[in-house]
Design a protein around this ligand. Sequence first.
Ligand code: SF4
Length: 88
Amino acid sequence: MRLVVDLNRCQGYAQCVFLAPDVFSLNGEEALRYTPYVDDARRDQVAAAVAACPVQAILMDDVVDDARDDVVDDMMDDPLPAAFDVHH
Ligand code: SF4
């Protein structure tokens, strides 16, 4: 399954690291590292991490497709390139 963490939203609380240490790790104080493709066997662990994250920064593939646009918007500080702007 696929996993996305909105690192702009993540506050480094490390709840996810505690619940799914094979998937998430903290590099230093606040730099979260994670595995974007996770074996389905770890789905329960990741689901627990998703539920435990205080700022709802973790998305699993069930919701990634729906939420992807929002996440991309959140993660991108710059406006979309003009080529992607279908309104013009
Ligand atoms: S639990 Fe959420 S806020 Fe905390 S480190 Fe993980 S993704 Fe970031």
